[in-house]
Design a binder for this molecule. Sequence first.
Ligand code: NHW
Ligand code: EN5
Length: 388
Amino acid sequence: RHKFWESQPVGQFKDAGNPSLLEGPIEPPTPLSEVKQQPYNLPGPYEWITCDMDTKEMCSEVYSLLTNNYVEDDENMFRFNYSKDFLQWALRPPGYYRSWHIGVRVKLSKKLVAFVTGVPAKIRVKDTIVDMAEINFLCVHKKLRSKRLAPVMIKEVTRRVHLENIWQATYTAGVVLPTPISTCQYWHRSLNPKKLIDVGFSRLGSRMTMSRTIKLYKLPDSPITPGFRKMELRDVPAVTRLLRGYLKQFIVAPDFDEKDVEHWLLPKEDVVDSYLVESSETHAVTDFCSFYTLPSTVIGNQNYSILKAAYSYYNVSTKTPLLQLMNDALIEAKKKGYDVFNALNVMENEVFLKELKFGPGDGQLQYYLYNYRLNQTLRPSDLGLVLL
Ligand code: NHW
Ligand code: EN5
């Protein structure tokens, strides 16, 4: 069934629930001198490149490959359209390795035809903080699909991660592979219902008119919570404390320091938005919410070419009810012109999804660990991790 994945150090379907298998690394690290020093072989016409994401030219090439060939929904109506600024942000966090930004070109034409990336992250699994790679943006050009290029891409990124003495990874995918640590559901909150219906993202409910639908999803013009404002650089220490305290309760979560919070959560226009609640009395930061911007190309529509989507990222409530905090996030996203606000049922998100009129999507997201065994499937609410 899974010729490639059956050969990899990942939990296998046949091992599910076998208590004699211990939690933790599946294979021990090998001495660095034993890591393969040469890249894996590619079919003759292709060559490996390391992508320098500092340059506009490289960013543009990657952007074009992904914009035309990356993830689509199951009916091929929408395709993720990560912006160049987003890619630069996603791929250059603190401590990133340029060697983990891997491309494949056609030797003759120099055309970029495949891509995969890793970025380093400290991920806590239960009580253990593990140095990992977060693997993302695996993409093979549509014309080169089903030629077993993906396993070569995965083996090559694995090799380059090993060369940095890192032996575990985490990744998410829409497809089921051996074997998910958790299966999560996408939920969607309409902000611009008329456009969503026009492009086929959502459907007019039965016994609903367009004007009733628009009214149903109406939001106030500005946030309701006193002290709600955009996060600033000076807030990094307080937000780091708040977030670290919050993420402790989850079984799998990132271990963020101040440098990470500055990178991942300080607002960056059209990439990541973060808000907090500052107490008027103590000036303490009591609550936090954030979302990232990931538009999708609308594949065959006469009227619209882009769907502007916000994705719920990290949220923490200690004083403001999470419901009210997220309602304020929806209001900000609406003000900024987003068409839809998406969220996974991870962390405590279940408490606001239905109440704030999110509806379940047709997509799921599987979470995975590489070379790390967990003896239980986790509930989405056990996950404190959001990958881009
Ligand atoms: S998930 C998004 C992945 N990208 C897309 O869906 C874009 C559109 N699709 C494509 O570009 C986020 C191609 O269809 C891809 C597959 C490239 C997906 N993950 O070349 P073949 C990520 O980026 C397996 C892992 O013939 P293809 C996370 C498949 O099961 N494996 O297929 C990435 C089969 O193996 P099997 C996937 O369609 C995590 C084999 O690939 C996969 O031309 C990567 C077939 O290869 C997926 N999303 O290309 C793992 N989709 O055993 C990182 C298919 O079943 C692991 N496959 O025979 C950790 C590494 C680091 C470790 C460090 C210690
Ligand atoms: C790793 N970082 O399927 C990323 N999206 O539900 C890779 N559906 O947008 C992970 N099919 O349900 C990839 N509208 C996994 C996701 C791939 C993309 C994907 C789904 C998630 C999605 C939409 C559009 C469906 C179009 C037809 C959807 C319904 C919305 C409706 C709004 C009103 C209330 C009820 C729900």
